[in-house]
Design a protein around this ligand. Structure first.
Ligand SMILES: NC(=O)c1ccc[n+]([C@@H]2O[C@H](COP(=O)([O-])OP(=O)(O)OC[C@H]3O[C@@H](n4cnc5c(N)ncnc54)[C@H](OP(=O)(O)O)[C@@H]3O)[C@@H](O)[C@H]2O)c1
Length: 324
């Protein structure tokens, strides 16, 4: 008689897969759901420096749009033919062959749109130390978009008390936080957003001094003159186009434009623990609020992703895949 055979346990692994590369904004029809594959809940013994994770929350972010052909070999592509969608998420480590991670750890970083993932690249994974806030916050307020707001405002914008600050796409994950950080610093803050509902939340929940619906304004230069009769010190620029042109006409001397595409948050991740030291007290003391739109189930991911490119999302768009 030989050794008893160990039967490896495999589970079904639901996934959202891209049909092909895309150009422009993703549409629901660019993706499909599959439940045909299975996965072992143990890492293969010959796979080093990797983690097997259970995905809990997945994030819909504006960078998840099509890339130019020349960019297709960048760090990761959200869309590639018949490949699982790649994006940010919050996960629980189930098995690890990496010295920095162990089973049971909660992490956020780049993962895949499926129930379980083997992540062989762990460079972008951060261990979650504070769990007295909703875990979904690590896709936004306490994750990559929050860090973008923090470094964009403090490091690039170099704000000071009393500055006149204008934020476009102010209701987005980045804009929500920039506006509140600016208020906490004692700035005068105005935001623009794409619906009256969003405008009301900016004023009443996030404490912006003023906000307007850019879709109802026909002369953005005149609009900005109305809100900033003395001009703008910092323009936190999320959209480009007509709004940027109008802002340029209204900048004060020595004004700063934080162009979101002109810096990359990846260059500032060494400031992550400093960022948490600032943010955690603000959240615990109720000085910073946050609005999320959470949909349940991977199957609703494609519609949710399409929605952020049409402004349909009533908050930072997150997908709940599984409870911890
Ligand atoms: N540099 C970096 O390292 C870095 C890192 C993270 C994010 N970013 C950039 O920061 C910006 C904000 O990110 P976020 O996460 O806060 O995203 P976001 O603002 O939540 O993006 C979605 C919002 O953009 C607005 N929008 C959608 N289509 C638009 C269009 N055609 N024209 C104008 N606005 C449109 C919509 O809001 P309305 O209804 O208000 O129009 C929508 O809710 C994005 O441009 C993103 O790419 C850069």
């Amino acid at each position: 008689m030989g050794e008893p055979k160990v039967v490896e346990e495999k589970v079904r692994n639901k996934k959202v897969v891209a049909k092909d590369y895309i150009s422009g904004n993703p549409k629901e029809t660019d993706m499909y759901l599959t439940t045909s594959s299975t996965i072992s809940l143990k890492l293969p013994s010959d796979l080093s420096n990797s983690v097997l994770v259970k995905n809990l929350y997945l994030s819909c972010d504006p960078f998840m749009r099509g890339t130019k052909i020349s960019d297709r070999n960048r760090l990761f592509n959200t869309f590639a033919p018949d490949a699982v969608i790649t994006g940010y998420g919050v996960c629980k480590v189930l098995d690890s062959s990496h010295p920095n991670f162990k089973s049971g750890d909660l992490v956020w970083g780049v993962t895949k749109w499926e129930e379980y993932s083997v992540l062989t690249s762990t460079d972008s994974l951060f261990k979650i130390e504070h769990t007295d806030v909703p875990l979904s916050y690590y896709t936004g307020l306490l994750g990559m978009p929050g860090m973008t707001a923090y470094v964009g405002f403090y490091e690039v914008g170099t704000p000071k008390k009393g500055d006149y600050v204008f934020i476009s796409s102010a209701f987005g994950a980045v804009g929500q936080l920039v506006g509140q950080l600016a208020k906490l610093m004692g700035c005068y803050v105005v935001g623009s957003a794409g619906s009256n509902e969003k405008v009301e939340i900016l004023k009443n929940k996030f404490g912006f001094d003023a906000a307007f619906n850019y879709k109802e304004e026909y002369d953005l230069d005149a609009t900005l003159k109305r809100y900033f009769p003395e001009g703008i010190d910092i323009y936190f620029e999320n959209v480009g186009g007509d709004m940027l042109e109008a802002a340029l006409l209204n900048m004060r001397r020595r004004g700063r434009i934080v162009r979101i595409e002109a810096f990359t948050v990846f260059d500032y991740y060494h400031l992550y623990s400093e960022f948490l030291d600032t943010m955690m007290p603000y959240i615990r003391e109720g000085k910073v609020s946050y609005v999320e739109a959470i949909v349940e189930g991977l199957e609703n991911g494609p519609t949710a992703l399409e929605g952020i490119f049409t402004g349909r999302n009533p908050g930072k768009q997150v997908i709940l895949v599984a409870q911890e």
